[in-house]
Design a binder for this molecule. Structure first.
Ligand code: PNW
Length: 441
């Protein structure tokens, strides 16, 4: 069965991964330690005490993995570069052996007709930078630019477009406020500076890349926010949540200002970390906005006084193996609302992640329905005037799902971790056919 989606000409099809989730080889070729290596050693931090020490062994098997991508007929591949491979301590000269891996990967992709779309930071900060203060320290933004320059020097002749950061919101909240991801701080006071300094690092790196003629995107995890009821208290809570999850990252990027965070008792300087001029540095023009979409969020008035909202269940919808609600139309709603909110300040959109976890089955009808539903919603957003340029599904293959270890499987390709054997699932063939029918159509 061939499915066609009414998407624009030139639309780009891809898959996404991230370094720590697939590479393994954590001690090889001079790679330094990252915050995730350290976090995984904490008892109880990761399900079953797992880590990315071996993961999918992609560092050694990238040739086979690019072959799998070639079989899909992809236009692009979104992967991330591990900062501690490039700069083992997060500062100073490049580690040539670390950069050489990405050099080989980029060449292999180009030979397969696939455009590389690297993400510079997908959560694996060098541990030495963490020990010097990490993202809550302003200096880390400057370290990020130096690292970016080393990578661009080596790969920039073959890489047209870059994603600076992956999901600064999730990294801020899970890593610094809740402590359920690395570096495992559960310190509300650290979270906002960690968010702001990521954005500052983005802006400084984006300026450097654009000066060299590169295209720049950032990948934000965005969610449509639904008020649990129409009561004024629920509506106000939903607005407060939207300001934190969505606008805290898109308003500075697109409008050069922070949203109203008075519901959190915060002024425009976010408790003092924002310096004069920072917002102009952050709001460098973007060539595209990467959107990672998984589900909407339903919000009600707070039940405890610590936060101005509480999360409510979304009822009567299918759930992924992770328990995440499946609401394909939320993607259309999100994009149409972004267009309404930002108007001409909204750059073209690329979906940089969307996908679901299932059990280990190869017959993953559930994933096919998930992808089909979301691509339909994407086509509808396009029909409603949103400039959508591409779709990168999460993920090429099953991988290390952070604090969930290896239990949640997001891949089009099944990985048997005992043997590292890759087996395409039903969704792999479905995605290949969706891509090829679009390419001929
Ligand atoms: C994203 N949430 O993370 C990441 O970019 C990927 O590395 C990850 O594997 C993928 O989504 C699947 O989880 C998220 O709880 C983590 O809302 C958590 C949430 C959203 C995205």
């Amino acid at each position: 069965m061939v499915t066609r989606f009414d998407l624009p000409a030139g639309f780009r099809w891809g898959v996404s991964t991230a370094a720590y989730q697939i590479e393994g080889a954590v001690d090889e070729d001079g790679r330094g330690r990252s915050v995730w290596d350290a976090f995984c050693e904490r008892p109880g931090a990761v399900k079953d005490g797992e880590s990315g020490r071996i993961a999918c062994d992609h560092y050694h098997r990238y040739g086979e993995d690019v072959e799998l991508m070639r079989g899909l007929g992809l236009d692009g591949y979104r992967f991330s570069i591990a900062w501690p491979r490039v700069q083992p301590t997060g500062r100073g000269a490049a580690n040539p052996a670390g950069l050489a891996f990405y050099d080989r990967l980029v060449d292999e992709l180009l030979a397969a007709g696939i455009t590389p779309l690297p993400t510079l930071f997908h959560w694996d900060l060098p541990q030495e930078l963490e020990e010097g203060g990490g993202w809550p320290a302003r200096d880390t933004a400057h370290r990020f630019v130096e690292y970016t320059e080393l990578v661009a020097d080596r790969l920039g002749d073959r890489v047209p477009a870059w994603i600076t950061l992956n999901e600064p919101f999730v990294h801020m909240v899970f890593g610094y406020a809740l402590g359920i991801h690395a570096p495992g701080h559960a310190m509300m006071l650290d979270a906002l500076p960690a968010g702001h300094h990521q954005l500052l690092g983005h802006g400084l790196a984006a300026a450097l890349l654009r000066e060299r003629g590169h295209q720049v995107l950032i990948a934000n995890n965005l969610t449509p926010v639904w008020a649990a009821t129409d009561s004024p208290a629920d509506l106000a809570a939903a607005e407060a949540y939207d300001a934190l999850h969505n606008r805290l990252f898109t308003d500075p990027l697109l409008l050069a200002r922070y949203p109203d965070l008075s519901a959190y008792g915060l002024a425009e300087d976010l408790g003092g970390c924002v310096r004069p001029g920072d917002l102009d540095l952050i709001a460098v023009p973007l060539d595209g906005l990467g959107v990672n979409y998984y589900n909407p969020t339903r919000i009600a008035a707070p039940t405890d006084p610590g936060l101005p909202f509480t999360e409510a269940e979304i009822e009567n919808v299918p759930r992924t193996a992770f328990g995440w609600p499946v609401v394909p139309d939320g993607l259309r709603e999100l994009l149409v609302n972004l267009r309404a909110r930002y108007g001409d300040a909204l750059p073209p959109i690329t979906i940089t992640e969307n996908g679901c976890s299932t059990d280990a089955t190869l017959d993953d009808r559930f994933r096919i329905d998930y992808l089909s539903g979301h691509l339909t919603a994407l086509a509808q957003a396009h029909a409603q005037g949103v400039d959508v340029r591409g779709y990168f599904t999460w993920s090429l293959m099953d991988n290390f799902e952070w604090a969930e270890g290896y239990e949640q499987r997001f891949g089009l390709v099944h990985v048997d971790y005992a043997t590292q054997r890759r087996t395409p699932k039903a969704s792999y063939a479905w995605y290949r056919d969706a891509i090829s029918s679009h390419h001929v159509g």
